[in-house]
Ligand binder design. Sequence first.
Ligand code: ZN
Length: 297
Amino acid sequence: MNEKIALIEAGGTKFIVGVGDASRQIHARTRIDTARPEETIPAAIDWLRQQGGNYAAVGIASFGPLDLDPASPTWGHITRTTKPHWSDADIAGPFAGAFGCPVAIDTDVNGAALAEWMWGAGHGTGSTLYLTIGTGVGGGAVVGGRLIYGVSHPEMGHIRIPRHPADTGFAGHCPFHGDCLEGLVAGPSIKARWGASLSELPVDHIGHEIVAWYLAQAAATFQAILEPARVILGGGVMGTPGLIERIRAEASAASNGYFAGVPQEIIVPPALGENTGLLGALALAKRGCRQLSLLDR
Ligand code: ZN
């Protein structure tokens, strides 16, 4: 039960690599800057070998988009990304080859959603949606104990939402859609509009009102689709003091009492703190191994 599990939180700017076990202990961790795949992935493998190797499983929570079709010849690869050098990169294959054990891979937000449902702010609920608002915007949802998928993982950051009346002059920052949710509230879109991060803007700057309003529209949209027991909002932008309270207030106005529950209980911050990424990788590894009956739940 306490066999070692290799954990990788693969991000666009850094890889956090760790060693954990099925009881949720993280025994060691390191940070590797994300360079080219042919540099970063071998560096992660070398570090994991230095920790003794012999892993029961590998869990990878990665930036995406990812090919997650188990029947696809490019399963575990990044697909098309705006990050230079990483389109079509094989993330899962090198770890499987290096350690000869099962490899579970999914998006970082699906990993975080699963971990927050298993152990964090969504624990004990039947349905949890996790949304991260940082360099990009992404989301995942657990319903009835399972992450939801269509033909691929969800792309919740790219929904369309109404424009704030005081924000109509901005074209949006998403390279694919312009003013989708990510194009309006991710960190780069805030910098592009107002020249600073949200937390750097004065508390009375209208940016706070606009970003909270957009995220409230998004929360109300996801409530309309899923009626999740929790909408967990994480990521760097959510570190802005007072933002979650503004979102709850705007969400109350947007939903007009129509949805189940009250925003104060449903819209919550993550509970797993800085370990969310590695615990996401661990949750994915445990889920993968449970499907293969390799580790105890
Ligand atoms: Zn988009």
